[in-house]
Design a protein around this ligand. Structure first.
Ligand code: HSE
Length: 309
């Protein structure tokens, strides 16, 4: 075997109250990366499709090659690879686009070299790719893309990543308006000090969401899908945000929020018809504001990235 193709799913980071500590993966869409072994030690990006020419091709700047290089260094390998990336995720969308490319590349190189690292051990290498892409090495996109399901990043120093034993009966609506918002920019608006009152509210919601997902208690999940830290500051980037929350909940969704750093929004629902109705209603609100928007409705992905062939 000298060539492997891997798929890594989009992710919803934060999940409202879990700013930088919680995320989940969806079944679709996702990015695909094909790696081919070379006879030398060069790691290079040979092709990228689907990015409109926007992503860097240089090995030290592309998330797929940065992740592969970090992995090879860790296992002390001088193996070279050609990387071909098929971007299916929109850039700057808040759907974990940069994470998915790095994760697919890591799963492929790990497979090619006989799986020397576990999925959990791949997380820090995927975080290096995030650092290159958006200036901060958060794990709330890469960890669920690697592991599947809902993943808690309990701590960063040292890294403590836990896959939650969550209900599998949840559908996610993702609606992506045609706006590009860089994570770096939507992090700049955040406050660096949080009041005691907001800390208490946020902690209660994170704990409620964890318990709700594990019991499962869908009412509790819905009551806990609230964010008083990032959302109040980031909602201004998303035209019609508060109206969309109301119509998503009116359509029967458990809760609604910003996917990652936006501008994509997400809703969680118990059934596919509700998830579809919520997604269509949100899409219509974007359209009313002269914004085109794509919708994706999918079950929460349980297995994370996988080998395609
Ligand atoms: N937790 C990060 C943020 C994820 O919200 O800035 C970005 O996708």
């Amino acid at each position: 075997m000298n060539s492997v193709k891997a798929f890594a799913p989009a992710t919803v980071a934060n999940v409202c109250c879990g700013f930088d500590i919680l995320g989940f993966a969806v079944d679709q869409p996702g990015d695909e990366v094909t790696l081919t072994l070379r006879n030398d030690s060069l790691v290079q990006v040979v092709s990228i499709t689907g990015d409109g020419g926007k992503l860097p091709r240089e090995a030290e700047k592309n998330t797929a090659s940065v992740a592969v290089r970090s992995f090879l260094k860790a296992i002390q390998s001088k193996q070279g690879v050609d990387i071909a990336l098929r971007k299916n995720l929109p850039l700057g969308s808040g759907m974990g686009s940069s994470a998915a490319s790095g994760v697919a590349a890591l799963v492929a190189i790990n497979e090619l070299l006989g799986n020397p690292l576990t999925r959990e051990q791949l997380v820090p290498h995927a975080m290096e790719a995030e650092r290159i892409a958006c200036g901060s090495a958060h794990a709330d996109n890469v960890a669920p893309s690697l592991l599947g399901g809902f993943v808690l990043v309990r701590d960063y120093q040292p890294l403590d990543v836990i896959k939650i034993d969550a209900t599998e009966e949840l559908y996610c609506s993702l609606v992506h308006p045609h706006l590009e918002l860089k994570t770096e920019d939507s992090r700049k608006v955040l406050r660096h000090s949080i009041s005691l009152k907001d800390t208490i509210t946020q902690s209660g919601n994170v704990a409620g969401l964890m318990i709700g997902l594990m019991k499962p208690d869908y009412g509790l999940i819905g009551r806990s899908l609230k964010d008083v830290i990032a959302e109040p500051l980031r909602a201004a980037f998303i035209p019609g945000f508060e109206v969309m929350r109301k119509i998503a909940v009116d359509a029967g969704a458990l809760g609604f929020g910003i996917s990652g750093s936006g501008p994509t929004v997400f809703a969680l629902s118990r059934t596919k018809p509700i998830a579809m109705a919520a997604a269509e209603a949100i899409q219509m609100e974007f359209n009313k504001r002269q914004l085109k928007a794509d919708l994706f409705v999918s079950k929460v992905n349980q297995r994370g990235a996988y080998i395609l062939d």
